[in-house]
Design a protein around this ligand. Structure first.
Ligand SMILES: Nc1nc2c(ncn2[C@@H]2O[C@H](COP(=O)(O)OP(=O)(O)OP(=O)(O)O)[C@@H](O)[C@H]2O)c(=O)[nH]1
Length: 344
């Protein structure tokens, strides 16, 4: 521990003069000073120290217990621990901010600094002097700022939570919307009775496939069929049975086709299939298989079902309208005989 440099060369010659000079200096830089004789345990406190805490000068016992008794219980342990660490030489400085109880019971934040100033021959400290500074306003302002900061942090966390929740709600709403759009899309492309594609969807698929055929020349065929004497079925057995027959035929044919084949209800009791990567020969074989399947579509129906088929493969340089017309003409010819297949 550093010892104080002798002050006699500039502040006086006697010890008393030096002590007085020291007190003046401490009075200027602090609000209260304390001077502890470690050997006797006597503590002398300046008038400023008493007035800072609202006491008349020299009105309290001049010992260490007076100091202990005014420290705020919430600060007591920390202050004692650090003070002891200085006394034990574990800490090089003693400097603590804490609350001191005033005479009226209120507490004042002070900053306390102290150091040993005298030692015996063995180097043991015999005297310690310290200074108190009133830091109440600064400390209160700092605490208020800290509180404000904590409030802002809490608000920020709350806002972050709100934003997160809102983002999640928005994400879920978007997902629900996407599902609705997808369902609406599916609905707009589906025939309500048979649940296979409708004409609108088929035309879009046909357009795409036709463009691919133009670009890459991949063989693609179309197959169209029309149930025979369907009017008689309705007339003889009722519209409901007619509907059941349409559903049964749709299910049977859909199940017999590949996923990539687009199968649609073209109108009334007329159906159409788009068969990518299929040439005329393969499409004719498929039509024959379907012709047999249609007749077995629903054995529980009180009638026999047959259909007339037309098959046409895409041809280079031919437009969609012409292709469909060819298919239509083929079906017209098949209808002259019924329950048969016409390639065109
Ligand atoms: N039950 C039912 N019948 C339908 C539906 N759509 C069309 N039809 C009927 O299908 C029948 C088609 O009759 P037509 O065009 O004369 O043909 P067809 O009786 O099958 O005779 P061909 O085609 O010459 O063999 C009509 O009676 C329509 O009412 C439907 O969704 N449900």
């Amino acid at each position: 521990m550093d010892k104080l440099e002798p002050l006699d060369h500039c502040y006086g010659t006697t010890l008393e003069e030096i002590e007085r000079t020291l007190r003046y200096a401490l009075d200027i830089v602090s609000d209260g000073i304390w001077d502890w004789n470690i050997r006797t345990n006597h503590v002398k406190r300046s008038p400023g120290w008493y007035s800072m805490l609202g006491h008349p000068p020299d009105s309290l016992p001049e010992d260490v217990d007076t100091w202990r008794s005014v420290i705020h219980p919430g600060d007591f342990e920390r202050v004692m621990r650090n003070f002891q660490a200085y006394l034990d030489g574990e800490s090089l400085i003693y400097a603590e901010d804490y609350r001191c109880r005033c005479r009226d019971g209120s507490y004042l934040w002070i900053s306390d600094h102290g150091r040993f100033v005298e030692f015996d021959e063995a180097g043991k400290p015999t005297r310690m002097i310290g200074a108190h500074r009133n830091i109440h306003r600064r400390k209160m302002a700092a605490l208020a700022l800290q509180r404000k900061n904590d409030e802002l942090l809490a608000l920020n966390r709350k806002l972050e939570g709100l934003v997160e929740a809102r983002t999640e709600a928005l994400r879920q709403a978007n997902e629900a919307l996407a599902r609705q759009v997808e369902a609406a899309m599916r609905l707009s492309e589906t025939d309500p009775l048979t649940q296979i594609s409708n004409r609108r969807h088929f035309e879009r698929s046909l357009h795409g496939e036709w463009q691919r055929f133009q670009r890459h020349g991949h063989v693609t065929a179309l197959l169209m069929f029309d149930l025979d004497h369907f009017k008689r079925i309705n007339d003889n057995h009722g519209h409901q049975i007619g509907d059941r027959a349409l559903v049964a035929v749709s299910r049977t044919v859909r199940a017999a086709l590949r996923d990539e084949d687009c199968f649609a209800r073209w109108g009334g009791e007329e159906f159409i299939a788009l068969l990518p990567e299929t040439d005329q020969g393969a499409a004719l074989l498929l039509a024959e298989r379907l012709r047999l399947l249609v007749s077995q579509a629903d054995p529980s129906l009180p009638l026999g079902l047959t259909a007339s088929f037309s098959v046409a493969a895409m041809q280079a340089g031919e437009g969609i309208e012409s292709l469909l017309k060819r298919l239509d003409d083929g079906l017209y010819r098949a209808k002259q005989q019924r329950n048969c297949i016409v390639g065109c």
